[in-house]
Design a protein around this ligand. Structure first.
Ligand SMILES: [Zn+2]
Length: 77
């Protein structure tokens, strides 16, 4: 589940703030976005899955925060 991934990434300091390059310290307002999108062509309903979260840097001197569904792009491997 995505929320577990986000939690783990923050805990392991792998969620990196793009502004100060320090680990993001917290997140807020996690929501799952699961829904079917009807594409209108036959019966090929497309299942979308994603999640939206607000990432908050929280490091001293940095006010970066971002509401994003592309949170995985901030995780460093
Ligand atoms: Zn930062």
């Amino acid at each position: 589940m995505s929320q577990k991934v986000i939690e783990a990434a923050i805990k392991d300091k792998k969620m990196i703030c793009p502004k100060c390059n320090q680990p993001v310290t917290k997140y807020e307002k996690y929501i799952d976005m699961c829904g079917s999108v009807w594409d209108g062509a036959g019966d090929s309903g497309m299942q979308t899955q994603g999640s939206m979260v607000t990432l908050i840097c929280g490091n001293a001197g940095c006010s970066w925060e971002e509401r994003t569904e592309f949170w995985d792009s901030y995780i460093e491997e």
